[in-house]
Design a protein around this ligand. Structure first.
Ligand SMILES: Nc1ccn([C@@H]2O[C@H](COP(=O)(O)O)[C@@H](O)[C@H]2O)c(=O)n1
Ligand SMILES: C[C@@]1(CO)OP(=O)(O)OP(=O)(O)OC[C@H]1O
Length: 161
């Protein structure tokens, strides 16, 4: 095959709410009554984006590189996970063209924090904020998201070499 190689990947993640934890989305602390449960900082948005990038690279998923059984990464900032994904892309000779993600959350409203999230995600991935999409939707009060039991996120990534 001649010319560049373009690939895409998809990622999905979900975390339940837990009292007494900060809510971290896209590396930004969002004011809310509770945060998300996880072995890491439970940044569901970064996790979905990480899996999208790893998928685009044809690599194993986030749990392969950051096992939930690894006590040394307890509470890890998920921006570091995105930095690792960017390093893996570079190792394989790829650049990240763009990532796009949707948060599915009944509450809190998050879109006013999207510019800050894009900046953090972009810095961790070594791309510009214009190459990062962050959107949000409610689940129209249906299902576990609609009952405010947790937050889900989905993402896609495009890479090229
Ligand atoms: N957690 C959320 C959910 C939604 N938004 C914003 O509200 C708009 C309307 O949401 P619907 O689910 O009713 O379509 C959506 O387009 C977002 O701009 C939000 O900020 N945070
Ligand atoms: C990064 C990890 C590490 O435990 O974070 P968790 O908070 O467990 O979140 P999850 O999205 O369930 O799985 C990814 C894990 O690899």
């Amino acid at each position: 095959m001649t010319g560049g190689m373009n690939r895409v990947g998809i990622g999905y993640d979900v975390h339940p709410f837990q009292e007494g934890r900060p809510l971290i989305l896209g590396g930004v602390e969002i004011p809310h009554t509770r945060g998300l449960k996880g072995h890491s900082d439970a940044d569901v948005l970064c996790h979905a984006i990480a899996d999208a990038v790893l998928g685009a690279l044809g690599l194993p998923d986030i749990g392969f590189y950051f096992p939930p059984t690894d006590a040394s990464i307890e509470g890890i900032c998920s921006l570091l996970i995105l930095e690792k994904c960017a390093a893996l892309a570079a190792e394989k000779g790829y650049v990240i063209n763009n990532v796009d993600a949707s948060l599915i959350a009944e509450a809190p409203k998050v879109m006013k924090h999207a510019p800050a999230m894009k900046e953090k995600i972009a810095a961790a991935l070594g791309i510009t904020a214009e190459q990062v999409g962050v959107k949000a939707t409610t689940n129209e009060r249906m299902g576990f998201v609609g009952r405010e039991e947790g937050i889900a996120a989905m993402a896609v990534a495009a890479v090229e070499k």
